[in-house]
Write a protein that binds this ligand. Structure first.
Ligand SMILES: Nc1ncnc2c1ncn2[C@@H]1O[C@H](COP(=O)(O)OP(=O)(O)O)[C@@H](O)[C@H]1O
Ligand SMILES: [Mg+2]
Length: 275
């Protein structure tokens, strides 16, 4: 069993500020095509360790494709092709012989629609742990509790772990999905519009959780909610369609990008004039 230990709640709360950033994922000349059609071209940026990076831009500009390429979820999409390089801690995730299961344990995905398994709350967390070889009951129970605490769910569900996950509210289901990813001790969490299927109160709870994860986890989040991106992101990347191909227009510190965009398109988009 070589699953890394997830962080404890105490460490999570004491996360260092994102002020001395180091590249965690380095993306170089990344392109994605679907069925031979290029949908994203020549994206280069560094995703910094312990920071929240928000990806913004209109629908269809390749944000989901970009996210999927980072942990090779694109391998699972028929007809998808990736060009360029993604380095995780300096190692090319597309190098031959890469263990994609280990890659996706290190770089977990959270999707727009909460997708818990149709099982109990406990089994949702135990299943991936068991798949990674964890069998010890005490350790399983410990990891389940810690993941739920870190996801801010323990107080809500700790007394009914055997209840069906699908009976939880949408917001609780999404936090359970985050707990499920956290339980595996990941380094990076990729979140694709994690709040867009939720009501405002549930969305706020998920947003609070993401803010708490900052520091210990590297988070890349796609969001259509620019106010949310401003609140939680340390870095922001703005994508746009040029001649029907997604391009990275601007990337940098979120506050700078929102308040003093360098590109006129970014200025128009974050000013709410376009997109
Ligand atoms: N599995 C797929 N097969 C074919 N085309 C796809 C597939 N996934 C995405 N696309 C196309 O790629 C483009 C970018 O999509 P996507 O990455 O989902 O953008 P975004 O997340 O910014 O809305 C769109 O034109 C979309 O239709
Ligand atoms: Mg998308």
């Amino acid at each position: 069993m070589n699953l890394p230990q997830p962080y404890t709640v105490g460490e999570l709360r004491a996360g260092p500020p994102c002020c001395d950033p180091q590249p965690h994922l380095s993306v170089r000349g990344l392109g994605v095509s679907h069925g031979g059609r290029s949908v994203l071209d020549d994206v280069s940026l560094d995703i910094h360790r312990g920071c929240v990076t928000a990806l913004i831009g209109p629908s269809g500009c390749g944000k989901t494709s970009f996210l999927s390429a980072l942990n090779r979820m694109t391998d699972l999409i028929p007809g998808a092709r990736v060009r360029g390089q993604v380095l995780l801690g300096g190692q090319d995730v597309y190098a031959p012989g890469t263990d994609t299961r280990l890659l996706r344990q290190r770089v977990g995905s959270i999707f727009q629609r909460p997708n818990p398994f149709p099982l109990s709350i406990r089994r949702n967390l135990e299943l991936p742990l068991r798949e990674h070889g964890l069998r010890n009951r005490a350790e399983l129970a410990d990891r389940v509790e810690r993941a739920l605490r870190d996801a801010g769910l323990w107080d809500e569900v700790g007394d009914r772990l055997d209840a069906p996950a699908l009976a939880l509210s949408g917001g609780q289901q999404q936090r359970l999905c985050i707990a499920r990813a956290i339980a595996l001790g990941p380094e990076v969490l990729l979140m694709d519009e994690p709040c867009s299927a939720l009501d405002p109160i549930a969305s706020a709870a998920v947003e609070d959780l993401i803010a708490r994860l900052r520091g210990q986890y590297t988070v890349v989040i796609v969001t259509h909610n620019l106010a949310q991106a401003r609140r939680i992101a340390n870095y922001a990347a703005f994508f746009w369609l040029r001649e029907r191909v997604g391009k990275l227009i601007e990337f940098g510190r979120a506050q700078r990008l929102f308040e003093q965009p360098a590109d006129a398109l970014t200025a128009a988009y974050v000013g709410g004039l376009r997109g």
